[in-house]
Design a protein around this ligand. Structure first.
Ligand SMILES: Cc1cc2nc3c(=O)[nH]c(=O)nc-3n(C[C@H](O)[C@H](O)[C@H](O)COP(=O)(O)O)c2cc1C
Length: 337
């Protein structure tokens, strides 16, 4: 009999599979289906800063000088938690979800500016969120913005939120840093309870018929998991924060690979969108069967077995993977680089 129970940011979970933010959590029924499907926790879809900002600007224009600028408009956010149907709707759903399902419900905030977040995070905590996940979805489109500026912004957003709540706070990162390990360490030192690696950025595509730029939302494939898995393997044992893997879980083996690399929990969206929330049961049954087959009784026994070796060898670990892959590709007759 395998025991899948585990901990994530201090929260006791019945298993390490977590539903990551997606439209599946837009309704109470969707959240219930996710929990019934067997996941250990649900992270709700994100409350987006842009929605709030638009509403804030509209509100400020209604009640004040029409020329009022954006920074002042941000002051309206706290009041809007009480009055605005957008955040209010999110908080209502969160409250009902917490009362309905028997797994932790984590709330998600998606934003880039530190000013906006503290009040919403506090309101999410009051609505019963077991934890807060910050999705700092920030593409520095202005080429004048430097790498250190981007990193500082992440730390600032995190610190504002962390100071406002007592529940655990996780940061969902993108992989596009010069040194993803360095920003992970900075956030860890700043007190992050969890690091979620990595978000998928959705880049637009160009429609050749209409000569237009189109937003694209595509689902992941298992190959997308390799970058997250590599960084989880590299960070395992180097940070105090829990490590959550996100991206590219399609079959039970993908879940197992992430745990072997060192993930505390493994998140999934694409697989549940493709196959339905009930597919979580299949993923978990597959995990249990693999564990029984290999003789593991608990998730702790296998977690991190294949994480990266000691710090002195880590660059070699990365480089060895690259060099071996290139040699194999060349030997296999792929086009020369
Ligand atoms: C349709 C869709 C909506 C998403 N919405 C959110 C969101 O609101 N907040 C967020 O942090 N991530 C969001 N994500 C990202 C997922 O939570 C997840 O991190 C990402 O899809 C990678 O995991 P996957 O490979 O299992 O899909 C969304 C993804 C998809 C496909």
């Amino acid at each position: 009999m395998t025991d899948l129970s585990t901990k994530y940011m201090g929260l006791a979970l019945r298993n390490p599979l977590v539903a990551s933010p997606s439209p599946l959590s837009h309704t109470l029924d969707g959240i219930r289906r996710l929990a019934d499907g067997g996941v250990g926790a649900v992270v709700m879809f994100s409350l987006f800063e842009e929605q709030l900002r638009e509403r804030a600007v509209r509100t400020s224009r209604l009640v004040d000088d029409p020329a009022e600028s954006f920074p002042e408009a941000l002051d309206y956010f706290p009041a809007m938690v009480e009055e605005d149907p957008g955040p209010r709707g999110y908080l209502d759903l969160l409250e009902r979800a917490v009362a309905t399902v028997d797994v932790p419900v984590i709330a998600s905030l998606n934003g880039i500016s530190p000013e906006a977040w503290a009040d919403y995070a506090r309101a999410m905590q009051e609505a019963g969120a077991a934890a807060i996940e910050l999705n700092i979805y920030y593409l520095p489109a202005d080429p004048e913005i430097s790498g250190p500026d981007v990193e500082q912004r992440h730390v600032d957003v995190f610190q504002r939120v962390k100071a406002a709540v007592t529940v655990p706070v996780a940061v969902k990162l993108k992989p596009y840093f010069s040194s993803p390990g360095a920003i992970a360490l900075r956030l860890d030192e700043a007190g992050a309870d969890g690091l979620v690696l990595f978000n998928r950025f959705l880049y637009p595509d160009i429609d050749l018929d209409d000569l237009a730029v189109r937003p694209m939302v595509d689902l992941s494939s298992p190959a997308d998991a390799r970058i997250s898995r590599t960084w989880i393997a590299l960070l395992r044992g180097k940070v105090r924060a829990s490590l959550a893997a996100t991206t590219g879980v399609e079959v039970p083996g993908d879940l197992v690979r992430y745990l072997l690399a060192g993930a505390d929990v493994v998140m999934t969206t694409s697989a549940l969108l493709r196959h339905g929330p009930e597919y979580a049961t299949e993923l978990l049954d597959g995990l249990s069967s693999w564990m029984s087959y290999k003789g593991f009784e608990t998730v702790d026994e296998l977690r991190g077995m294949l994480s990266a070796p000691d710090i002195s060898d880590r660059a070699a670990y990365e480089r060895a993977g690259y060099v071996t892959a290139m040699r194999a590709a060349n030997a296999g007759g792929y086009a020369p680089w």
